[in-house]
Structures are given as structure tokens and as C-alpha cells.
Design a protein around this ligand. Structure first.
Ligand code: WQD
Length: 338
């Protein structure tokens, strides 16, 4: 059974991926520093899968701690989620973002080399495409000019991986560019549980739906889109998790460096998502129109044919599924995961 090191494996996407790995016969080894996740997630992974993965509390920038993980466990592959990821916060705290998001991946790569690990999946983001002109976005689109330090750390990490792959052709590296992850595990045990006031749209809507927040601010209804609000590619987190398993299988066939968009290929506006959430759950979401948010683009959605052609993967769940699962998670965890 292959041991997969999952850096940041108790986070929103990490924990769902750990569940998918277990269900696919892998043995995940979870490292998380709990800076943006809860230890209770480990119990919930065990409840869902019947297996309690090995867990080590550590920060991926801590070379000595991570070296111990590699020494004490035979690692066959790595999925690297561990990063700070709040766009707005990254503008206020660039030093922390560059330091954490680059050191954590560089430390992991150094230890991969030292311990002879060859398969590495990097959690990238649609923000690497910056303010792209044409939609949908393809993997060979220009990347760079991200609109914030968070996005820049993803651009830089991708550049590092391209150079590492050139220097070490024996490595198999997958760069996965996510669009907007939403939804939750159907059991309601795992879901998006941000600290403080949510930056992202779906957790904000979910908290309004149970009265934890009074009203949703729609940031701008004057974009050049059909209903004037921002359009994104919202992908169910379960689909995203399966995408990681499919990518790991691809690496095991000695793929070298591969890059995939993980999205649905469809754009959904803010107003459309609000309506889908209301219709799916029979709730009303009060909204108020506010000015545009700095750094936002009008549209951002993917073409995902490459992942289907090369991984046999495509998103199966719909926006309605995600709205239902998010609401179910929020109702069962009104104050988040405790
Ligand atoms: C979506 C749409 C907002 C909140 C970011 C990161 C991306 C990824 C996902 C990590 C936009 C509008 C939002 C609100 C609103 N994160 N909105 N009111 O900015 O597309 O992507 O999160 O990988 O990398 O860039 O996601 O959910 O913040 O915004 O109207 O309270 O919802 O203007 O049009 P975004 P988002």
C-alpha cells in the first residue's frame, strides 16, 4: 500500500483528499500545524473511513521536524496543500505569505531529494492566470501577474517546480490549478470552516443561511457579465479530492511534469450561486450590493478537457449538490468544527 504524505491534510481540501486517498486504497500520512485547521477533523476522517491516518503536528517549513517524518515513514508520494491562502490577508502580510508559502514547498522538495521520493502534487490555483482576457482558461495560457501576493506565491512555486523538473527528470510532478472549491462531505462531518469572517463567497452564504451573519454583500453588480456580478468556476470539493487521486495515479505511471485545471468548465455568477443555494435549501439569503472588491476579476473559469483526456477525471457534482452539502455542513456545525 502506497504511503502518501499530505502536507496540510486537515484543511478543507486536504481532509477531503485524505478521505478519497483512503477510499482508493492509499495510506495517507497527515502533517498539519493546525494554524488554519482543527484536530477534531482527524476524528471525523476516522468516522467517515473507519481508518485513523498517521498524524504529525508540524509546520512544513521546519526542516528538522519534516526530516524526521521522512526518516520515520516510507513516503511513496506527496500532496502539498500547506499554505496560507487568504487573498486579502496576503496583501496586508506579504512577508508572512512569501516566507511560509515558499519555504514550506522548498523544504519539502529538499527532503524529497534527500530521501529519494519521486512523486509530488502541488496545490496551485486559478489565480496564476492573473487577469486573463479570454475565457475559458487553458493550461497553456500565460501565467504570472497574479493580482496579489498569495497568487504570486503560487506563480513562483510553479516556476520552481518547472525548473526542478528540468534538473531532475526522474521526478513526477503534478501542478493542479483549482478554481473555486465549494461544498462539503455529504455526511456533514467535513466542510469549509474558515477562522473569523469568511473571505470566500460560499462559506459567507452558508453562515448567512443559518443566521450567523446578517446579510451577504455582493461586491459589484457592474461587471461586464450577463447579470453584472462576478463569474467563477465553482467545483465541488469531492470532485477536487478525486482529481488528486487521479493525478497521483498518473504520477505512478512516470508522467514527468504535468499541469491540469481542476474545474467544471462552467462559469456561475454570484447572483446565480445565491439563487441556487436558496432553491436547493428553501432558504432566503438577504443581499446588499456593495462596490467592487480590489483584486477581483469579472470572469475566471476553466477548460478541463486535458484532465479528462489524460486522467480520465471530470467533475461529477453540480452547483446544487454543493449548495445542499454546504448548507447541511453548516447546519450541523453552526459554530464551525469544534
Ligand atoms: C468569488 C466571487 C467575489 C465574497 C479566491 C482565491 C482563489 C481561491 C478561491 C484559494 C467574486 C464575490 C465574494 C463575498 C462577494 N482560493 N464575493 N461577496 O476571489 O474568486 O477566489 O478564493 O485557492 O485562489 O483567489 O473567491 O469566493 O472570494 O469570490 O460578492 O462576501 O464572489 O467578488 O466575484 P475568488 P471568492
Amino acid at each position: 500500500m502506497s504511503n502518501i504524505l499530505v502536507n496540510g491534510g486537515l484543511g478543507f481540501i486536504g481532509s477531503e483528499t485524505v478521505v478519497a486517498l483512503i477510499n482508493s486504497g492509499y495510506n495517507p500520512i497527515v502533517v498539519d500545524d493546525l494554524s488554519n485547521s482543527k484536530i477534531a477533523v482527524l476524528d471525523r476522517i476516522e468516522t467517515i473511513t473507519g481508518k485513523r491516518p498517521t498524524f504529525i503536528q508540524a509546520n512544513c517549513t521546519d526542516y528538522a521536524a519534516m526530516d524526521k517524518v521522512f526518516t520515520e515513514n516510507k513516503i511513496d508520494g506527496i500532496i502539498h496543500f500547506a499554505a496560507f491562502k487568504a487573498v486579502g490577508e496576503s496583501v496586508q502580510k506579504p512577508i508572512e505569505y512569501y516566507s511560509n508559502n515558499l519555504k514550506s514547498s522548498l523544504t519539502t522538495l529538499e527532503l524529497m531529494k534527500k530521501h529519494g521520493v519521486r512523486n509530488f502534487i502541488f496545490s496551485s490555483s486559478a489565480t496564476v492566470y492573473g487577469c486573463a482576457k479570454e475565457m475559458p482558461l487553458y493550461e497553456n495560457n500565460e501565467t504570472g501577474d497574479a493580482t496579489n501576493p498569495y497568487g504570486e506565491t503560487k506563480v513562483m512555486n510553479e516556476r520552481i517546480l518547472v525548473d526542478v523538473a528540468k534538473a531532475m527528470p526522474e521526478l513526477n510532478i503534478a501542478i493542479l490549478r483549482y478554481f473555486n472549491p465549494i461544498g462539503a462531505h455529504p455526511s456533514g462531518l467535513l466542510g469549509e470552516d474558515p477562522n473569523g469572517i469568511p473571505n470566500n463567497l460560499m462559506p459567507y452564504i452558508s453562515q448567512v443561511s443559518i443566521g450567523r451573519l446578517p446579510c451577504l454583500s455582493i461586491f459589484g453588480d457592474d461587471y461586464p457579465t450577463p447579470d453584472g456580478t462576478g463569474i467563477r468556476d465553482y467545483i465541488h470539493v469531492l470532485d477536487l479530492a478525486e482529481g488528486h487521486v487521479a493525478a497521483m495515479k498518473k504520477l505512478e505511471s512516470n508522467s514527468g511534469l504535468v499541469i491540469y485545471n481542476l474545474g467544471t468548465g462552467k462559469g456561475t455568477s454570484v447572483k446565480e450561486l445565491v439563487k441556487a443555494f436558496e432553491d436547493a435549501n428553501g432558504v432566503k439569503i438577504p443581499v446588499v450590493i456593495k462596490p467592487r472588491r480590489a483584486g477581483d476579476v469579472a470572469e475566471n473559469y476553466a477548460n478541463c478537457d486535458k484532465a479528462f483526456k489524460e486522467l480520465g477525471w471530470k467533475a461529477r457534482f453540480t452547483i446544487v449538490d454543493a449548495c445542499r452539502d454546504s448548507y447541511n455542513f453548516q447546519k450541523k456545525n453552526p459554530k464551525g468544527i469544534e
